[in-house]
Design a protein around this ligand. Structure first.
Ligand code: KIV
Length: 266
């Protein structure tokens, strides 16, 4: 795989080539994701739920996100690494937003950041672009706004919601975002947004007409059990595999089968 850059992703859209993004939070899985040819690895704040075992994404901190981004960047030499800005790392002010975004590049080794929101994040994306920090925007269902939205709900189902999402998408591109994640939005609206933009759209529950797709690693691999979003597809069941391996290890120790002669020294 060639080294993926912001420009190569934008070129893919122009050439009508689709690409895939996946989340990863540590060295071994980032290595596998890169080996599997994933163009983009997102160190998502979903780590709060799938790695830290928290109820939602709100509590994860900047320091924790930067730490995990560093682990992923160490493994991913070709895939584009994007650090996800956690709740309250960019909401309170422009200067704080740019400084925190910069930490993902400077300390985490990422090539870009992602932030959630609508029109209110346009000025932050603009300020990041001015500081040479490429930003990916995320609209539609934005999990950091779970309390305002009243839960994880599909967005843009009524006329006003559709109009607002179209406006937000255009504003993100104008502000300098290099890509746009669209989460849990009707497929026809995501298709309309995709057609109207020159930057790639990345769907998570927004249907097949976007330029790219993203899924959470633990959903793909069957490692997150609390719930399965309708839009996620499970491609493997690593939980069962791990359970089998660990149970066998325990049984072998208890029954004196492991370690064998071959695992000892003479
Ligand atoms: O945090 C995350 O994993 C995300 C993706 C699901 C887009 O934001």
């Amino acid at each position: 795989m060639e080294k993926v850059t912001i420009n190569s992703l934008i070129r893919k859209k122009a050439e009508g080539k689709k690409f895939a993004m996946v989340t990863a939070y540590d060295f071994p899985f980032a290595r596998i994701a890169e080996e599997a040819g994933l163009d983009v690895i997102l160190v998502g704040d979903s780590l709060a739920m799938v790695v830290q075992g928290l109820e939602n994404t709100l509590p994860v901190t900047m320091d924790e996100m930067v730490y995990h981004t560093r682990l992923v960047s160490r493994a991913a030499k070709k895939s584009l690494v994007v650090g996800d800005m956690p709740f309250m790392s960019y909401q309170a002010g422009l200067e704080e937003a740019v400084k925190n975004a910069g930490r993902f590049l400077k300390e985490g080794g990422a090539a870009a950041v992602k932030l959630e929101g609508g029109l209110e994040i346009a000025e932050k994306i603009r300020a990041m672009s001015r500081s040479d920090i490429p930003a990916m925007a995320h609209i539609g269902l934005t999990p950091q706004a779970i309390h305002r939205m009243g839960g994880y709900k599909v967005q843009g189902r009524d006329e006003a919601g559709r109009k607002r999402l179209m406006e937000e998408a255009r504003a993100m591109q104008e502000a300098g975002a290099f890509a746009l994640v669209i989460e849990a939005v009707p497929m026809d609206l995501a298709a309309e947004i995709t057609k109207s933009l020159s930057i790639p759209t990345i769907s998570i529950g927004a249907g097949p007409h976007c330029d790219a797709q993203v899924l959470v690693l633990h959903d793909i691999l069957g490692l997150f059990e609390r719930f399965q979003p309708k839009f996620a597809k499970r491609y493997a069941n690593l939980k069962d595999e791990a359970l089998k391996a660990l149970s066998q290890y325990r049984e072998e120790v208890e029954n004196g089968i492991f370690p064998g002669e071959e695992h000892g020294f003479k």
